[in-house]
Ligand binder design. Structure first.
Ligand code: SF4
Length: 213
């Protein structure tokens, strides 16, 4: 505890869990893990899919470190996992980018099936969105549960998220049966580079560091 805050990994400057050549901090989460939790998680890695994903992700990270873009890593991951049918859960605002991605993936031999966020054309008011919260963005709601459902029915092996909104993406992750990876994290202000705001908290985005009232 410091100033009433329970310290955790986000407050750690040591990273001894990675390097193993320093002291763990007093509040270290690694040292606080119960044997039951360690055993539970260890067993989860015995699951065939979990093990395969772990091994293949590590291979790709190691082989193509600082050389492959995320698109290339995605292709490599899907190939090595033996996936054939790839789903794209896209924002309608990123349909152009999703089309390019689909072309790339098809050229690499994958079957591609995409579902856009407005699929089903449900009205926002049907789920209780207030009239004043429709004014700037239109009456039709993003429908991530439908996107997941349609891709589930299509039997995709892996789903790729392309710019779903914060929260809508959460529902997509919640309902997708296939594994999900995010290629584009939406940020309408920063050209889909949300980390840009974090890198600029010393300058343009200083205001993010102010306490909420
Ligand atoms: S697990 Fe421990 S050493 Fe690793 S980042 Fe968290 S607090 Fe730091």
């Amino acid at each position: 505890m410091k100033d009433g805050i329970r310290l955790s990994c986000v407050d750690c400057g040591v990273r001894n869990c990675e390097t193993r050549d320093r002291e763990y901090p007093e509040f270290c989460l690694t040292t606080e893990l119960s044997p039951e939790t360690v055993e539970k998680v260890r067993r989860l890695y015995e699951d065939e899919e979990n093990r395969r994903v772990s091994v293949i992700s590590a291979e790709i990270e190691n082989e193509f470190y600082l050389r492959y873009t995320r698109v290339q890593e995605l292709v490599e991951f899907a190939k090595r996992m033996g996936f054939h049918k790839l789903g794209i859960a896209t924002c309608v605002g990123l349909l152009e980018e999703s089309r390019v991605l689909a072309r790339i993936l098809r050229k690499k031999g994958f079957e591609v099936y995409g579902a856009a966020c407005k699929i089903g054309s449900f009205e926002k008011k049907s789920v209780g969105v207030a009239e004043e919260d429709i004014a700037n963005t239109g009456a039709i709601m993003c429908n991530p549960i439908m996107q997941a459902e349609v891709l589930n029915e299509a039997g995709t092996d892996l789903n790729v998220v392309m710019g779903l909104c914060v929260g809508h993406d959460s529902l997509f992750y919640k309902y997708s049966k296939a594994l999900v990876t995010t290629l584009v994290a939406k940020d309408r202000v920063l050209a889909h580079n949300p980390a840009g705001a974090l890198y600029q908290t010393g300058s343009y985005y200083k205001r993010l560091m102010k306490d909420d009232d």
